[in-house]
Design a protein around this ligand. Structure first.
Ligand code: NAD
Length: 260
């Protein structure tokens, strides 16, 4: 019996085998959770997510299209969850986006207004919007998580506007934790993951240099794996972390503690 046995929740962001959400799903399933999945709208996107989760032995998975740029999509998702399941135990936000033309070295200061706003909308606002829409269908004591990165705190060349969006996500997490905890004992935490080669990461200019630097500097002289993030995420979604909310937990080989 795993520590998520008897818990059911929603997972966003399963797009590819390398997606961090895919590893979170593996950890959750291993620990006995039942997972419901969203994907970007479109048949091709549905097929991709379905294939990945069916590969983990989930037959006939629950799938719902949800583009977080759309308020209607977010509402429709949680209304359907409520109709079909009543209340659920957890929500995983594993979503980020910024126009890759502005994730290049030396391309921060000129970021256009629309690109900046879009990165904030998809990568930070959506976490709050999902928390708010989910609230009626979350059980007392439910948990929500999202994914951040160290570029929220320090200037990381190439991470640019996404770093600003992650700073907003971390602040959003604290304010959301403050309200959802008071209203319904719902906990909100983030995992700040070290660099992992995923489709999104490929859009960040200088990403390979970031990957090369960690083993040179971090206390654990290696890059982390997505499975390590998955396990920490499962912990944050479980009752094992029941006293924690509003936190950012680092799964980064310890890189963030170093001063030099
Ligand atoms: P990924 O490309 O596999 O996942 C990104 C996901 O965001 C995809 O599933 C995509 O469909 C989804 N998405 C983008 N726009 C969306 C929208 N409008 N509506 C709904 N979904 C949308 O990459 P990943 O690295 O697994 O990213 C997952 C999370 O982890 C992101 O928040 C990312 O910033 C964060 N993160 C990644 C790293 C890393 O190095 N890969 C490190 C720290 C944090």
């Amino acid at each position: 019996m795993g520590f998520m046995t008897g818990k059911r929740g929603l997972v966003t962001g399963v797009l590819h085998e390398t997606s961090i959400a895919t590893s979170i799903t593996q950890s959750l399933l291993r620990e006995g959770a039942e997972c419901l999945f969203t994907h970007m709208p479109g048949e091709k996107m549905e097929r991709r997510t379905r294939k990945i989760v069916e590969g983990f032995g989930v037959s006939n998975p629950w799938l719902q299209p949800m583009d977080v740029a759309s308020d209607a999509d977010i509402s429709a998702c949680f209304e359907r969850v409520g109709k079909e399941f009543g209340q659920i135990d957890f929500v995983v936000h594993c979503i980020a986006f910024a126009d890759k033309d502005w994730l290049r070295l030396g391309k921060f200061a000129a970021t256009p207004r629309a690109v900046f706003a879009n990165a904030m909308d998809i990568s930070a606002f959506s976490y709050m919007a999902m928390g708010n829409a989910a609230l009626p269908v979350l059980k007392d004591g439910a948990a929500m998580i999202g994914l951040s990165y160290y570029g929220s705190e320090k200037a990381v060349p190439g991470y640019n506007v996404m770093g600003v969006a992650k700073a907003a996500l971390e602040a959003t997490n604290r304010y959301l934790a403050m309200e959802l905890g008071r209203v319904k004992n719902v906990r909100c935490n983030l995992v700040s993951a070290g660099p992992i080669k995923t489709l999104s990461a490929g859009a960040v200019g200088g990403f390979d240099q970031i990957l090369e630097r960690i083993p040179q500097v971090a206390p654990l002289p290696r890059n982390i794996t997505a499975a390590e993030v998955g396990d920490c995420a499962a912990f944050l979604l479980s009752d094992l972390s029941r006293g924690m909310t509003g936190q950012v937990l680092y799964v980064d080989s310890g890189y963030s503690i170093m001063g030099l």
